[in-house]
Design a protein. Sequence first.
Length: 212
Amino acid sequence: MNTSYNRIAGQSVERLAALSDGVFAVAMTLLLLELHAPARESVHSERDLLHALLALAPQLLVYLMSFLTLGIFWVGQQTQLNHIERSNRNLTWLHLAFLFAVTLMPFSTRLLAEFAEFRAALLAYWFNILLLGVLLYFSWGYATRSQLLQGDLPAEVPAAICRRILIGQSLYAFGALLCLWNTRASIAFIVLVQLFYAISPSRISRDTRREA
């Protein structure tokens, strides 16, 4: 009997996780490469250097925001992959599309760092975050519907993962709307959301431990 290629392609969750780690690592590194030290010819004293470093503060904030963004979505993707028993071609391509959105982050970060006062730059950055969230949400929904999850997964975990994505995206959308008032307030709110998600305890992890 002939076997369809599409039925056997993209089944390794481990290889998908390894590729994801590499893409995230490169994207995070590219963020740093966009930061440049003050030009030597413009610095003639300690005061000049301090002023130049202070001028870099907005770019450093945007860099921090993007690093947190990638860190949060890396944790989110790894959480999903850790609970998926097997993959298939469709799920693999959904995650590859997610990784494409990851590779856009250095560009949207540079755009926002250069034009932080413009709403279009902030909205482009938010769209990047939205794309990450939508693809992660649909990949998890597909894995759930296709019964690709681990058989011993606690019943409340799939819903908890979806809820976390939806709440996070709602907060990011609210932060993006703040740009109608002030783009810097919008950036500050998004950073606060990211700090909350980075340091807050994970309910998913607590639920999983409780079931163990």
